[in-house]
Design a protein around this ligand. Structure first.
Ligand code: ATP
Ligand code: MG
Length: 405
C-alpha cells in the first residue's frame, strides 16, 4: 500500500521549514513589541462553541467544518479558526477579570473542508492576535500597524490594505433591512446560496465569490450610509490614526468577513501574487459582542488572522539567515570515536555539526559534506589528534581556511 497525504494537506519539508521558522520568529518578536503574549489552545473544541461564535449561517460552519463524535459521544470540531477558542480560554480561565487590555497571540493550525487550490488548503496555519478590553480606535490602529510592520519585516511591501466598518448590531439591523430589500428585487440574478443569505444574513452576500453576484451587488446600498454616529466617529478616527502612521489603505464598503461575529472595523491585507489572482493574506476586525455571547462578561475585543500558508509564498527568502553547518571528516586511518569529543565541544559552543555516521571513506565523506550543504569543513587525522591547535576550519563557500578551533 502506498500511502498519500489526505487531500488539502501538505508536508512542509526542511527546505521550507526554515522560512516557516523565520515567519514564526519574526511574528513572536513583533507581537512582543506590542505586548502580545502567546496563548495555546486545543486543536478541537465543543462543536457548539463554533456554531455559537462563528455563526450557523457562515460557510465555515455550514459547509466547511470538520465535525466528529468522540468515543464518549461528544460532538467536537477541529478548529476552523483561532478566535473562538482563544475567547473560550480567556473567559474560562478568568483572564479578563484582571487589568485590561490583555493581548494574546498564537500560531495555530486550522481545518476547513474547502475546495483546494493554491493558497487554499484543508489544513492551514494562522498567526493570530487578539486584544481584549480596548474599545478605542487606537487599538484597531495599533493592530493594523503591527500587521503592516510584520509583513514588511518578511520583505512583503506590496500588500493592499482594505478597510471598512460594518457597524454595531443597531446600525447593521437597518442596513440588513435595506440589503434584503435590494436582494428581493434581484433574486433571479443571485446564486442559490445568496438567495438563502438574503433571508438569513444579507450582509454575508457581500462576501459571495460568485462573479454574477458580485456584479449585481455593486449597486447595493452601502453600509457606510447606515453607520450610527458612534460607529462613524470610530471609523473616522481610525482612518486618521492610520494616515498619521503613514499606513496606506483604501476604504471598501463591500468588505465583510467570513465570520458572523464582527462589529465596526473589518480589514484585509490583500496580495495579487497568486498566479495573478488576489488573495487575502491577513484579515481581521473588531468583535465587541463575542466575549459576551460566549458567556464572558461583555468586553470590547478585536483580532486578526494571518494566513501563513499564503504569506510563505511571498516572503523574501534572502532575509532568512541560513543555518551554518560544520562537517568534521575523519581521515581513513582514524576511528570515528576519536571525532566525537571534537564534535561535542563544537556543539556545546552552539555550532551545528555533522560527522561520519555512515562509516564512509574520506573521499565519500567529501561528497556527502557537499550534498548536505555543509558550509565549513574540518578534517581530523593523526596530526590533528596529536595537536588540536593545528585543526583548520575551511569555509567551503569562500575557500578560506582559519585556525580558530
Ligand atoms: P477567504 O475569503 O480567502 O476564504 P476567509 O474569510 O475564509 O478567507 P478568515 O476566516 O478570515 O478567511 O481567515 C483569515 C486568513 O486565513 C485568511 O485571510 C487567509 O489568509 C487564511 N485562510 C483562510 N482559509 C484558508 C485556507 N483554506 N487555506 C489557507 N489559508 C486560509
Ligand atoms: Mg473562506
Amino acid at each position: 500500500m502506498n500511502y498519500q497525504k489526505p487531500k488539502g494537506t501538505r508536508d512542509i519539508l526542511p527546505v521550507e521549514t526554515t522560512v516557516w521558522q523565520f515567519m514564526e520568529q519574526t511574528g513572536r518578536k513583533i507581537a512582543g513589541l506590542y505586548n502580545y503574549r502567546e496563548i495555546r489552545t486545543p486543536t478541537f473544541e465543543d462543536v457548539s462553541l463554533y456554531k455559537r461564535s462563528v455563526g450557523d449561517t457562515s460557510d465555515i460552519v455550514s459547509k466547511e467544518m470538520y465535525e466528529f463524535k468522540d468515543k464518549g459521544d461528544r460532538s467536537l470540531a477541529l478548529r476552523p479558526e483561532g478566535t473562538a477558542g482563544v475567547v473560550r480560554a480567556v473567559v474560562e480561565n478568568g483572564l479578563l477579570n484582571s487589568a485590561l487590555p490583555q493581548k494574546f497571540y498564537y500560531f495555530s493550525n486550522c481545518f476547513r473542508y474547502e475546495n483546494t487550490q493554491k493558497g487554499r488548503y484543508r489544513e492551514f496555519n494562522q498567526f493570530g492576535l487578539e486584544c481584549f478590553g480596548a474599545e478605542a480606535p487606537q487599538a484597531d490602529a495599533e493592530l493594523i500597524i503591527l500587521i503592516d510592520k510584520y509583513l514588511r519585516a518578511l520583505g512583503i511591501n506590496d500588500c493592499t490594505l482594505l478597510l471598512n466598518s460594518i457597524g454595531c448590531p443597531e446600525c447593521r439591523a437597518e442596513y440588513n433591512k435595506a440589503l434584503r430589500a435590494f436582494a428581493e428585487q434581484h433574486l433571479d440574478d443571485l446564486c442559490f446560496d445568496c438567495k438563502r443569505r438574503a433571508v438569513e444574513n444579507p450582509l454575508r452576500m457581500l462576501d459571495c465569490k460568485v462573479e454574477k453576484c458580485q456584479e449585481v451587488l455593486k449597486s447595493a446600498p452601502s453600509i457606510l450610509d447606515y453607520l450610527c454616529p458612534e460607529c462613524l466617529a470610530h471609523f473616522t478616527e481610525l482612518q486618521k490614526l492610520l494616515n498619521n502612521a503613514g499606513v496606506k489603505f483604501s476604504v471598501n464598503d463591500r468588505l465583510v468577513r467570513g465570520l458572523d461575529y464582527y462589529t465596526k472595523t473589518v480589514f484585509e491585507f490583500e496580495h495579487s501574487g497568486f498566479d495573478g489572482k488576489k488573495l487575502t493574506v491577513a484579515a481581521g476586525g473588531r468583535y465587541d459582542n463575542l466575549v459576551g455571547e460566549i458567556g464572558g462578561k461583555p468586553c470590547a475585543a478585536l483580532g486578526v488572522g494571518i494566513g501563513l500558508d499564503r504569506v510563505v509564498h511571498l516572503v523574501n527568502t534572502a532575509l532568512v539567515e541560513p543555518e551554518e553547518l560544520y562537517y568534521i571528516a575523519n581521515t581513513d586511518n582514524i576511528n570515528i570515536e576519536k571525532i566525537i569529543p571534537f564534535a561535542e565541544k563544537m556543539r556545546s559552543q552552539g555550532k551545528n555539526v555533522e560527522i561520519n555516521l555512515a562509516n564512509r571513506s574520506f573521499k565519500a565523506q567529501m561528497k556527502y559534506a557537499n550534498a548536505i550543504n555543509a558550509r565549513y569543513l574540518i578534517v581530523v587525522g593523526q596530526k590533528e589528534l596529536d595537536d588540536p591547535q593545528s585543526i583548520e576550519i575551511k569555509d567551503l563557500l569562500t575557500g578560506e581556511t582559519s585556525l580558530k578551533f
